[in-house]
Design a protein around this ligand. Structure first.
Ligand SMILES: Cc1cc2nc3c(=O)[nH]c(=O)nc-3n(C[C@H](O)[C@H](O)[C@H](O)COP(=O)(O)OP(=O)(O)OC[C@H]3O[C@@H](n4cnc5c(N)ncnc54)[C@H](O)[C@@H]3O)c2cc1C
Length: 377
């Protein structure tokens, strides 16, 4: 009799939860999902949490019930690929596996400048987003550091929900670099309408209790600082000797399999997924979901003795929500270069709501959409 394969999925974010549910439902493997918190965090709503909007609590045990997934709420402290097991903070015995899916996501890089870890709140983490929300009850001025999509969404959301506050957005480069000109124009109009003060081509040198010190020596006062400038990944893969890139993201092939350890797959922000033509996917729920679906197909194909299909992604799309009623939908190449006229305004706000509903509400429980999308490439 052949042994039932044991699959361990580390991380129950957007990608890990989805692939665990798929593998448990559609293969005969024993699937264990490990996460360091009992609830599913919809990170894409963290800026809404910071603005004081209520985001419903979603216990992971409800999201995996009936699927066959064994849920372990614990923190992974070490991987041992030679022994094929992972160590957990709260368990005396390590968790063994035949196949590992590494989906530990990313977090804010608060070591980027002095004082950020102490004084800033990173929107990347839900507890920090809640801390920012609490600070905004008394703070009248908030500085949002970083003007990538997360920074733009945060600044717009805070300005819209707190019209009496002063919101300052600090962009290291030109505002809206990821957009074509019509998109940049729209972005400026929206931020202007919301009263967001923008500092462009401005680097932050330090965060302190009274605001941010800029590299040119100026000090911008702020009673709260929202940090959105840069994400980093857990160091566990690199520490365990798995091949990682210069940012610590796991190096994987076009089927999402580790470049150094064939029994390990890496998906989501924690892995640097590469398409056949060599483009590395950006960190993001959209690209991560496609990578997760491709990994699912690759794992099941190999289990069945078939050759897996490589990741097929031709393009990328940014869907940036700007408050409840506005937004920008911009096509980009996989190199991040934007092209074409973006869609803007209310239709994008509605699309964004649908995306949030699918990724946060529907897909964790019924993970079929990403799978179809990955097949079509
Ligand atoms: C405000 C905001 C808005 C965003 N908007 C968009 C958007 O519009 N479009 C888009 O594509 N992307 C967006 N993103 C990015 C998106 O949220 C991430 O790319 C996505 O969450 C990555 O999914 P993941 O499954 O790789 O990791 P995550 O969703 O981060 O999940 C990782 C999981 O692993 C757990 N974990 C971590 N370390 C350990 C450990 N040692 N042991 C056990 N468990 C652990 C974490 O608790 C978490 O549950 C946004 C992010 C933010 C913060």
């Amino acid at each position: 009799m052949t042994k039932t394969p044991r699959i361990a999925v580390l991380g129950a974010g957007y990608t890990g939860l989805t692939i665990a549910n798929l593998l448990a439902r559609r293969t005969a493997a024993d699937v264990t999902l490990v996460n360091d918190r009992p609830d599913f965090v919809e990170r894409m709503r963290n800026h809404q949490v910071a603005a004081g909007r209520t985001v419903r609590r979603r216990p992971l045990r409800d999201l995996v019930s009936g699927t066959g997934v064994r849920l372990v709420v614990d923190r992974v402290t070490r991987l041992d690929p030679a022994a094929r097991h992972v160590e957990l903070a709260g368990a005396a015995e390590p968790l063994g596996y035949d196949l590992l899916v590494y989906a530990l996501g990313s977090h804010a890089d608060l070591d980027a400048v002095p004082g950020a870890a102490e004084h800033a709140c990173a929107v990347a983490g839900v507890e920090q987003a809640q801390r920012l929300r609490d600070r905004l009850r008394t703070a009248g001025t908030v500085a949002v550091v970083g003007a990538g999509p997360t920074g733009l969404e945060t600044a717009a959301e805070l300005a819209e929900t707190h019209p009496g506050h002063t919101v300052r957005l600090i962009s290291g480069g030109t505002l809206g670099r990821e957009l074509t000109e019509p998109g940049r124009d729209h972005l400026r109009r929206v931020l202007d309408r919301l009263g967001v003060q923008v500092w462009e081509n401005t680097a932050v040198a330090k965060v302190d209790a009274g605001g941010v010190l800029l590299e040119d020596g100026r000090h911008l006062s702020a009673e709260a600082v929202a940090w959105t400038a840069g994400f980093t990944v857990p160091a566990l893969a690199g520490q365990a000797g798995l091949a990682v890139d210069e940012h610590g993201r796991m190096l994987v092939d076009a089927t999402l399999r580790s470049a150094s350890h064939p029994e390990v797959y890496g998906i989501g922000d924690a892995a640097a997924a590469r398409t056949r033509d060599g483009h590395v996917l950006r960190m993001g729920c959209g690209p991560g979901s496609l990578a997760g679906a491709c990994a699912f197909h690759a794992i099941t194909a190999r289990m069945a003795g078939r050759d897996p299909q490589p990741l097929r992604v031709k393009d990328d799309t940014l869907c940036i929500g700007l408050g409840a009623w506005d937004g920008i939908l911009q096509s980009t190449g996989l190199d991040g270069v934007p092209h074409g006229k973006p869609l803007t305004g209310r239709p994008v706000a509605l699309i964004k709501r649908a995306v949030l509903r699918v990724t946060g509400r529907y897909n964790p429980r019924h993970p079929g959409i990403g799978v179809i999308a990955a097949r079509q490439g």
